[in-house]
Design a binder for this molecule. Structure first.
Ligand SMILES: C[S@@+](CC[C@H](N)C(=O)[O-])C[C@H]1O[C@@H](n2cnc3c(N)ncnc32)[C@H](O)[C@@H]1O
Length: 238
């Protein structure tokens, strides 16, 4: 079974754990993200890799689509997000089943590190496909918001070298492989897809906990090479 399939099954199996435990641990961060996004999102909005929770309110959103590879996560979202008018779509973000130019905004939160394939090369190809698809489905002045834990350059380089060994080790305990990019690398992917980067902000939550490879092993982010970032990309300069 490939890593994308292992990832799908992992989220299908663990969505209730995420709902009960993980989302609560990141509550302050999620609220902060909500406050940053709520005033910006309007019109047609697509959230890919939404999982079982949308932290922001609908306010100016005309129509909202939640897309996720995990069917159970979408089901959980449907049960908990009643006041929100939305459509849930069970799909792989590498192949979005939408026509071009149909969304005004796209949100991608905590997804990129889960786009890991069976090798470094296929992981990079997966990330590129998702950004190419994001670019295609956004309208001419569409914006993408990416929220992601990113690592410093040195830590990304170590992950590259350790990729095969880490994947084997993580596979032994039945977890999907994840791969964290640096802010520079993520910006390169976003630009390569055709976006102009209009904002990069560090979401400075020093009390946030992160469990990079093993959920349950929570480490305060200030003791790690990780930081949460928000990147904003514009499809075409106005
Ligand atoms: C860590 S959760 C993020 C949930 C939420 N966006 C957040 O920020 O808390 C990652 C989500 O990405 C989804 N995912 C992973 N690979 C995907 C893919 N190739 N296409 C679509 N969704 C994917 C998983 O099923 C999971 O729901």
């Amino acid at each position: 079974m490939g890593n994308v399939e292992i990832t799908r099954k992992y989220f299908d199996r663990n969505i209730e754990y995420f709902r009960k435990v993980k989302y609560l641990k990141q509550e302050r961060l999620l609220n902060h993200i909500a406050s940053l996004l709520e005033s910006k999102l309007e019109g047609m909005v697509l959230d890919i890799g939404s999982g079982g929770k949308i932290p922001y309110a609908a306010r100016n959103i005309k129509f909202f689509v939640s897309a996720d590879i995990s069917f159970n996560s979408l089901n959980s979202l449907k049960m908990h997000l009643k006041p929100f008018i939305f459509s849930a779509l069970n799909t792989d973000a590498r192949f979005l089943p939408f026509k071009k130019n149909c969304f005004n905004f796209l949100v991608m939160s905590n997804l990129v590190h889960h786009l890991c394939g069976d090798s470094l090369k296929s992981s990079q190809a997966n990330i590129k496909s998702v950004f190419a698809e994001s670019f295609r489905v956004l309208d001419k002045s569409g914006r993408i918001f990416i929220i992601e834990p990113l690592v410093v350059n040195g830590a990304e380089n170590i992950q590259k070298i350790m990729f095969p060994a880490t994947k084997r080790l993580i596979g032994l305990i039945g977890k999907p492989m994840v791969y964290f990019t640096s802010s520079q690398r993520l910006a390169d992917y976003v630009k390569e897809a055709g976006f102009e980067i209009v904002n990069v902000s560090r979401l400075d939550y020093k009390d946030a906990l992160i469990s990079p490879w093993l959920s349950g092993l929570d480490i305060p982010i200030k003791f790690t090479p990780f930081s949460f970032y928000l990147l904003e990309g514009l499809k075409h300069a106005r």
